[in-house]
Design a protein around this ligand. Structure first.
Ligand code: CMC
Length: 431
């Protein structure tokens, strides 16, 4: 008997299926049950994909119990202190850390694509003055699917690479200009003499009438946020990008689908929701009573910035960013501003509360990234757009990996139908 199998037996019919167990480099083995419908005439039932491995991937590894996150095998803790965001992008996209020459070439290649077509500005102008930047990002990035006829062949690796570089480069210009449009500033052009983060900050905050003073502390903090959010294996938005990509849709529209998914408060929208919640608390002395509502069995409201589907001990990104967050608040002398006092009090109380301890609910990366972005003066409605900026490389890396699969098939989950049984149509006059 092969030990690397699991046998599924249908107790009604006695039929059996021997399923191979597949083992990856790290992590839980998976049961390959692809023959289930053919052999037993059944599907698996796994709402919210709690136990389903949807693909093979060599990009990112998470061990939720141990709090481990690896990009291409490298621990996030090391990348956070030793790498730049663009170096991490290279690693995620191509699988290896770059040499000096490769890094220079890559940086130049990204810069080459930072400008956006002037025609896109019309799309911005169609939005209301109070539109959410994520709505604009979904629309403008989706619209870009119609702009680059030189990279339409998704089977061609060169075309795919061009699309990947374009998306990473242009996302920064598109995101910054969402903010500028909403506050009535003229559209900004990228400055290719600046680094990736500096260029983004310059496009966000510069005005034509005076030079913008770049701030080293702010740039460093933002760079860390970008590194920590760059990829996170098969999360909701990445799975959406893969699902859309499996139909062989245009990469820009696949990324637009990913942006739409990221927007939700259970996912990337949490960084914005955290700050709205802190504002709602108003005073550190209200924290104790405020969090009672999250523990109520009959309520579905959740403490924003706490908990994670995969990390059940701690989020390693949160551990890194927590330190940087406390240091930044200290450096900016912002620890005693009311919003941050509330955040620190909430962190303290929730970490000592039985409800959160029992359920292994710890602050996640977005609890701290929300606080950092707020301390840096980034407008609240731009927080999730910055998450999208950072995650673009993860999305395109995962999309590219999927497009290389020799037997790529359209993704198509099944269902357990619980609706009406087949019945006869009754003409309207007889109902
Ligand atoms: N506040 C209060 N209770 C919670 C929370 C929370 N934030 N998160 C989970 N729980 C409770 C949940 O009600 C359940 O309780 P019980 O066992 O009594 O029914 C228990 O903890 C287990 O939770 P779960 O439903 O299995 O958790 P999940 O894996 O379905 O949800 C989550 C994960 C991230 C959606 C959820 O924790 C949440 O909504 N957190 C707040 C939103 C947030 O911060 N999201 C950002 C995630 S990190 C960035 C990213 O990856 O996008």
């Amino acid at each position: 008997m092969n030990n690397d199998t699991v046998t599924i037996i249908d107790n009604n019919t006695g039929k059996q299926l021997v399923c191979p167990i597949k083992r990856g480099t790290h992590g839980h083995p998976v049961i390959d049950c692809q023959d289930l419908p053919k052999t037993l005439g059944m599907f698996t039932f796994d709402p919210a994909f709690m136990t389903t491995a949807s693909c093979e991937s060599a990009i990112t590894y998470i061990d939720g119990d141990e709090g481990i996150l690896l990009y291409r095998g490298y621990p996030i803790e090391e990348l956070a202190v030793k790498s730049s965001y663009l170096e991490v992008c290279y690693l995620l996209l191509y699988g290896e850390l770059p040499t000096c020459q490769q890094m220079d070439d890559f940086t130049l290649a990204v810069k080459k694509y930072t400008l956006v077509h002037e025609g896109l500005l019309h799309f911005y102008r169609g939005f209301r003055h109070d539109a959410h930047p994520m709505a604009m990002l979904v629309g403008v990035i989706g619209a870009m699917s119609g702009y680059y006829p030189d990279a339409l062949d998704i089977k061609n690796p060169e075309h795919r690479n061009r699309s990947a570089l374009r998306l990473m480069a242009k996302m920064s210009t598109v995101a910054a200009n969402c903010h500028r449009y909403l506050i009535g500033r003229p559209f900004a052009h990228p400055r290719n003499d600046l680094g990736y983060v500096e260029n983004f900050m310059n496009m966000m905050f510069s005005i034509p009438s005076e030079p913008y003073q770049l701030n080293e502390t702010a740039n460093r903090a933002l760079e860390l946020i970008l590194i920590l959010h760059a990829d996170h294996e098969q999360n909701a938005s990445t799975s959406t990008v893969r699902l859309a990509g499996s139909s062989q849709a245009h990469p820009f529209s696949c990324i637009a689908a990913g942006i739409a998914t990221l927007w939700g408060p259970a996912h990337g929208g949490a960084n914005e929701a955290v700050i709205r919640m802190l504002q709602d608390i108003e005073d550190p002395k209200n924290v104790y009573n405020y969090i009672k509502r999250f523990k109520d069995k009959d309520s579905s409201v959740r403490l924003m910035g706490f908990g994670h589907r995969v990390y059940k001990n701690y989020d390693p990104r949160a551990k890194i960013i927590r330190e940087s967050c406390h240091q930044l608040l200290h450096e900016l002398n912002a620890e005693h501003l009311p919003l941050f006092e509330i955040a620190l009090e909430l962190e303290r109380i929730a970490l000592e509360d039985e409800y959160f301890i029992e359920r292994k609910l710890y602050p996640n990366v977005d609890f701290y990234s929300g606080i950092i972005l707020s301390a840096l003066g980034i407008p609240l409605n731009m927080f999730t757009a910055i998450f999208a900026l950072s995650r673009t490389v993860g999305w395109v890396s995962q999309w590219s990996e999927m497009m290389e699969e020799p037997n790529l098939r359209i993704a198509r989950p099944r269902q357990l139908y619980i609706g009406a049984a087949q019945r006869k149509f009754v003409p309207m006059e007889k109902r």
